[in-house]
Design a protein around this ligand. Structure first.
Ligand code: 13P
Length: 260
């Protein structure tokens, strides 16, 4: 089946890279990634590095994303960053990453507030969903992913961009595959997308929108297994953690995502 969606490969740096380290990495990324056409590229550094990285990306085709944010525009929320602050710098914002759900108390309800406030601020959310190992082994993958999509996107209104694209990205990241070196198989990930993720999107937004939303795979993606995911009809790119911290590796992954 022909893919009409433009693939996206995004690097989630997590809590890695000081400003000094980012300044070393980004010029190599720009040199390697900028000439690659046919795939959209994004990097999501920690908050402290966003401004200097933005300056280094100036004039390149690489987008910037944040890894989290609060849902309120402003207020007495010590230590938080607001959607308006993120929107001054970024195109994308990762929302509901499993590490935030597991370690920082994020729920489907807070994820939903963040998704809505991302749209108010003009940001494109990369909404992360995925089951834990326990849920996977209990056969609950579909149930979990459907709940995360439906509650995370409750009462969200999607307005197509001027070019007709839908400003929503879903990242299917099985928790057991993150940082473990044990990726899902391309086929299994594709099945989760086709059987649970797109049908949930279709229930919320209709079939046409569900077919236009880009769905990425994340979890131990590296250059040696990337094409297994990109060759799947329902997978439109990757959200890459560890392998996005090495220029050569990330550039190689992005090259595999180019549509033939
Ligand atoms: P790894 O690629 O390091 O497994 O991390 C995936 C991830 O969590 C991306 O958001």
């Amino acid at each position: 089946m022909e893919k009409k969606r433009i693939p996206l490969v995004a690097g989630n740096w997590k809590m890695y890279k000081t400003i000094a380290e980012a300044r070393q990495l980004v010029p190599d990324l720009v040199a390697g990634l900028d000439p690659i056409a046919g795939v959209e590229k994004a990097i999501c550094p920690p908050f402290t590095a966003l401004l200097p990285v933005k300056a280094l990306l100036e004039g390149s085709s690489i987008h910037l994303g944040a890894q989290n944010m609060h849902w309120e525009d402003s207020g007495a929320y010590t230590g938080e960053i607001s959607p308006r602050m993120v929107a001054e710098l970024c195109t994308y914002v990762i929302i509901g990453h499993s590490e935030r759900r597991a370690y920082f108390g994020e729920t489907d309800e807070t994820v939903n507030k963040k998704v809505k406030s991302a749209y108010t601020a003009g940001l494109i959310p990369i909404l992360c969903v995925g089951e834990t190992l326990q849920e996977n082994e209990a056969g609950k993958t579909g149930e979990v992913v459907e709940r995360q999509i439906k509650k995370g996107l409750l009462d969200v209104r999607l307005t197509p961009e001027k070019d007709g694209s839908i400003p929503l990205v879903i990242a299917y990241e099985p928790v057991w595959a993150i940082g473990t070196g044990r990726a899902a198989s391309g086929e299994d990930a594709n099945t989760v997308v086709s059987k649970y993720i797109r049908p949930s999107l279709a229930q919320l937004f209709g079939l046409a929108v569900a077919q236009s939303v880009r769905v990425l795979y994340g979890g131990s993606v590296k250059a040696s297994n990337a094409s297994e995911f990109f060759n799947q009809p329902e997978i439109d790119g990757a959200l890459v953690g560890g392998a996005s911290l090495k220029a050569d590796e990330f550039i190689a992954i992005v090259k595999y995502a180019v549509l033939p």
